[in-house]
Design a protein around this ligand. Structure first.
Ligand SMILES: [Zn+2]
Length: 119
């Protein structure tokens, strides 16, 4: 191996190369970025015309859909729980408003999906 093949050992940065903030200590190898988002922005700089990278909307929507379904499953488990009859009043006080809000907003969103034009 020739000497010129050996890269000079760079001193690890004392601050995040992305945002300039303090670097958390690392037991493995020296960090250059304080967080995955800073590393991501440094690796994929924003394109001109975009303020920042955005996830493709269909991916975002798919994740939101599965997340919603998981939350609904949680409610179903709560309502199916053997303790539910004993705690029905308290559960109602905690969740009724959220469920009514969800039902109303979801109905509105569905009607927007079914609307023939625009959003
Ligand atoms: Zn940073």
């Amino acid at each position: 191996m020739a000497a010129e093949d050996i890269e000079p050992v760079a001193k690890p940065p004392s601050n995040c190369l992305g945002c300039g903030g303090p670097l958390p200590p690392s037991k493995t190898r020296p960090r250059k970025y304080c967080s995955p988002p800073c590393r991501e922005v440094a690796r994929n700089p924003p394109k001109p015309g975009y303020s920042r990278r955005r996830r493709p909307l269909p991916d975002f929507a798919k994740d939101a859909g599965w997340s919603l379904r998981k939350d609904i499953d949680r409610f179903e488990r709560i309502f199916a729980d053997d303790r539910f009859p004993d705690y029905k009043q308290q559960v109602a006080a905690s969740v009724r408003g959220h469920l009514e809000y969800a039902a109303q907003v979801c109905q509105d969103l569905i009607s927007r999906l079914d609307h023939p034009t625009g959003g």
